[in-house]
Design a protein around this ligand. Structure first.
Ligand code: HEM
Length: 408
């Protein structure tokens, strides 16, 4: 089967025909262009998420590709990720660190956060409403989708309000390397610069909350203990940067993709307006249908075979969640958006030991936001010509989404 590049303009705008072709003709495909195996069937992607033959330590390969003159400069960023971000680790270290951080994501913490998300949504929905009423087109990503998750994560972590703008900027720089903006030649340096600044910034916050504990993740992490071990300052700082990377851009993408999907499926929007009790299951459907993660990367820890193909130690393996979530073997009528769909489970938040730690926060944020938009947003239309997807390999995310109010 002919290789395709995930960053080609056609696949950035619509990867689903290629994903369908992979699923039906070559489910364990070696893509020479990416030098990676592409897994596209739901069962294989789930199997890969559970497989001890694959490691989550995938950042090493990015480091090895850097020229020797740059390696020394960038070393601290890569060391930080490899030694302190449990998202890139395997058991047993992954298990220990995840358990420590999990305590800051208890249902009680998420419930308390909901009031803050509600208040933030109210403020943003007011602004959206006001801007739309001028009759001019506005960028939904800029006015609502990007600020909301940044507020939520800033509140969770204990970032003061006055630092939020700077915080949002750092977040947008982090994703360049970590979500595969392969077309930006300076992506590694920009992410590195943001990492270094965030490290210093969070060290200051850790010192602040050491002396003055509050109800936020940093204060929880300062107290957290597992098997007699606690997190040191560097680990807390690194964990904060990981949470920002994992949770901000992904949630913003989900909000943008949801509004676009609803605008393309007005019958589903009407259904949600009429039956808002469907919102929680609709959130699952939005994550399945147009989820923020197209791909999760793994590396073969040892040689093994899958459907007769030999995957060698060190080979990269791409788990194509965007393909798995539309596998007809798993989902009936998979290319249809159906806000009444009830299961089966999608892999938009991953699967197995690395299953998204922030999924409850992401789901809650999306629920609160969608409810606010359903009640507060005037009828709108999307300017189809302006729809632009970010040229990222890992995430499916809108650069901008121009909308304007229409008369009912
Ligand atoms: C892991 C998706 C929001 C924190 C993951 C994984 C996926 C995912 C697919 C698994 C990665 C892997 O297997 O390597 C999403 C989506 C989100 C979202 C689609 C929004 C719609 C969040 C939020 C947070 C968060 C809001 C935290 C504030 C994490 C962390 C991990 C993770 C810490 C690593 C878990 C581990 O390795 O054990 N996420 N995520 N995510 N996510 Fe999320």
């Amino acid at each position: 089967m002919k290789d395709q590049y995930l960053l080609s303009p056609e696949l950035i705008s619509d990867p689903y025909p290629y994903f369908a072709q992979l699923r039906s003709t070559d489910p364990v495909h070696w893509n020479e262009r990416h030098r990676a195996w592409f897994l596209s069937r739901y069962a294989d992607v789930v199997g890969a998420f559970r497989s001890p033959d694959l490691t989550a330590d995938r950042i090493k390969l990015v480091y090895e590709k850097q020229s020797s003159s740059r390696k020394e400069d960038l070393k601290r960023t890569f060391d930080l990720i490899r030694s302190k971000w449990f998202g890139y680790m395997d058991p047993p270290e992954h298990t220990r660190l995840r358990k420590l951080v999990q305590k800051s994501f208890s249902p009680e913490v998420v419930r308390r956060l909901e009031d803050q998300v509600d208040a933030a949504c109210d403020g943003l929905a007011d602004r959206l409403h006001g801007d739309l009423n001028t009759g001019e087109p506005i960028d939904f990503m800029e006015v609502f989708a990007r600020p909301l998750p940044a507020y939520v994560i800033a509140d969770m972590l204990g970032v003061p309000r006055e630092d939020r703008e700077q915080f949002e900027y750092w977040s947008s720089e982090l994703v360049l390397m970590l979500f595969g903006a392969l077309g930006s030649p300076d992506r590694v340096e920009r992410t590195h610069a943001a990492m270094m600044q965030l490290e210093e910034y969070f060290q200051g916050l850790v010192r602040l909350y050491e002396g003055r504990p509050a109800d936020n993740v940093i204060s929880h992490l300062l107290r957290a203990e597992e098997e007699g071990r606690v997190l040191n300052r560097d680990e807390i700082t690194a964990t904060c940067i990981m949470l920002l990377t994992a949770g901000d851009h992904t949630t913003a993408s989900l909000l943008g993709n949801t509004v676009l999907a609803l605008s393309n499926h007005p019958d589903q929007l009407d259904k949600l307006r009429a039956r808002p009790e469907l919102v929680p299951q609709a959130v699952e459907e939005f994550v399945r249908f147009e989820g923020p993660l197209k791909v999760t990367v793994r590396v073969a820890a040892r040689e093994h075979t899958l459907h007769g193909r030999t995957i060698r130690e060190g080979d990269r393996v791409y788990l194509l969640q965007g393909a798995a979530n539309r596998d007809p073997e798993q989902f009936s009528d998979p290319d249809k958006l159906d806000v009444e769909r009830q299961g089966p489970t999608h892999v938009g938040f991953g699967h197995g030991i690395h299953f998204c730690l922030g999924s409850a926060v992401a789901r809650m944020t999306a629920r609160v936001a969608i409810r606010a938009l359903l009640t507060r947003m005037p009828r709108f239309e999307v300017n189809a010509d302006s729809v632009q997807w970010e040229p990222y390999m890992i995430t499916r995310s809108l650069q901008s989404l121009q909308i304007r109010a229409v008369q009912p």
